[in-house]
Ligand binder design. Sequence first.
Ligand SMILES: Nc1ncnc2c1ncn2[C@@H]1O[C@H](COP(=O)(O)OP(=O)(O)OP(=O)(O)O)[C@@H](O)[C@H]1O
Length: 663
Amino acid sequence: MDIFKLLSRSTKLSKSSSKGAPQAQLPSGGQNANPQLFGHDTSEDAQLPELKGNSGSRKRKRGQDRLHTGDNVHGDKPPREHGPEEEMEGGTTDRQLAPRLKEAIVVNGSAPFLSEEECRQILRSHKIKITALSDPQQQEEEAPAKQNGKKRRKAKEQPIEVAKKRKKIELYPQPLTSFSQLRDKYGISKRLAENIEAQGYTVPTEVQLGSLPLLLEPAKAWAAAQQESQGDTQGDNNSKSHGVDLLAIAPTGSGKTIAFLIPVINALLRDRNQDGHGEPAGPGAIIVAPTKELASQIANEGRKLSSTTGIRIALMRKGMNVVPSSSEYKELSEHERDEIDDKSDISDAAAESSQRAGRAREQGHMMKADVLVTTPLTLLNALKTSDDMVKLLPSSPLLRLVVGLKDSAVPNISHKLTYAATEQGKLMALRQLLHPTTSTDSELLYDIPPEAGGSSRIAVLHADLSDTARDRVMTAFRKGEVWVLITTDLLARGVDFRGINGVVNYDVPNSAAAYVHRVGRTGRAGREGGVAVTLYTEEDIPHVRIIAQVIAAAEKLRDKAGESGVNGAGVQQWLLDSLPQPSKRDRQRLKMRGVEIRRASVNGKEARKAKISTKSGFERKVENRRRGAMVRSQSRKIGGPVDGAPNKRRVAVEDDEFEGFGD
Ligand SMILES: Nc1ncnc2c1ncn2[C@@H]1O[C@H](COP(=O)(O)OP(=O)(O)OP(=O)(O)O)[C@@H](O)[C@H]1O
């Protein structure tokens, strides 16, 4: 692994240092040809492994990856295997089907209508599984019971059992194989389609491929689920025009944000057109994100998609109020309305950080918003002051979409587990990692030289910083002014920096999910070349197995896709076998409290914090003495205290400014 190539986001590589690893193979290396993680190899045979038949080079296990016909949709009969030339429903064979599927998968504006079998194959090749969790028929029968308090209480007590008993129905909707189909086939707004195109999106990612048709045509999804649940009887789909609830589980960086934003914006535009009014009708959608950074990112994505459509996407900040309804807006005086319009207009991305917006926020002003993006606490505070904000919606059928394996790391990055023995060892390992050993002419050293920006290239971001400081660091990192960002789990989820080439887990993550999300900051939208390094010490050993297992699973997935890891196996089998298996209790404790030894206070006593330094104790002592002598001499000159006490006149280091690493 050449970490130099990973970090040099804005550095020209010398020929020798760039040999063997083309820039385009890194996550920061420009446009990505295909954002899909699975089933996107368009080469003749690799496109659909199911269609390769006996001539395929990869071996197929008995009973695996075979096509099976529609008479066994729900697993109630064993899958019926058939050879490559076997005739399928509708009289087509695998080979006859292949070109049609390819036509559908390859970027293609026209949208051929695919049979259920064809849909099933496309969805399967992309590892997409869609299930109706609540049976629409059953749900409808249960609806009156919901009014009954006793039954409701009982249902609440046994939700898991009830859910288990319910028959899960697998659905095969028409997959979205190109963004151009959004307009042609689903009739989304012209402006929205243009905005999607302007973002450069052409090939939908797996989660978009499966979820957009469901969310844009919920009536069809409902009808399909109903039809499946009733066997061959006709489902009444005309009356079911309300939407579906969709739970989507997909890999990190797989484009979930626009997968839900496109249907939201389209639905608001459609409603606006149907109602025929341009006045604010109060927020039509609320998006809740765990951190301010993520909320701000989602709001920005939304604004790009809704640009010039008239849909307002507002990032909700402390003290901000939203115009709850069009009737309330109409009741206001003209002056008040003008003021709201004026302030709402400056909520777009460019003005978000402007002084005007800042002032407006301070005054607790009213804003018009069609979509509110907020963090949970801000929403809670807003709800306390406004009862009208949430309208109860009718319950809709619940569908679940899963892409790939749940809780697995993206297969397109390489993982490395590095044993560093101690806390000091971790710092040494990090330093070694950032010091390129392969090239000597690099400007990107651990202590970045002043000519290259020095310590200003490194920043820290955590929840104790002010909002302004957090915004500033985020902007600098996005612009590429900051090269190394040291952060907490605050940025572990959802935050999208397109060009991150590597993630270093300086401390072992507290759970498998935390690992998946942290390392998912690289390798976004299917980009190759990202690296995730996890440093661990002796104290971490009892907790490393869960991480090693996630890595092994990701590598297996990569191998299955026919690619070997960039640097070979990140976890050797012997390591996996020798790491201790943590008990359930240990796993829970780790999740709640982290690695005990690293906590500042253990059992009420202040733990001795390990001094993290790459210098020896002797060197530090000499330096401290020298520094103390300098402080005393300066104090004498300005008549301050000379007893070696800290010089109070020294400028305090502001909490929100990173001043480089101390020795
Ligand atoms: N169809 C597409 N083609 C190319 N790039 C895409 C596509 N869809 C999304 N992207 C890009 O992929 C990146 C990741 O998208 P997004 O942040 O929505 O992922 P996510 O699934 O929400 O990730 P996470 O699980 O980490 O929250 C973004 O930079 C986005 O612009």
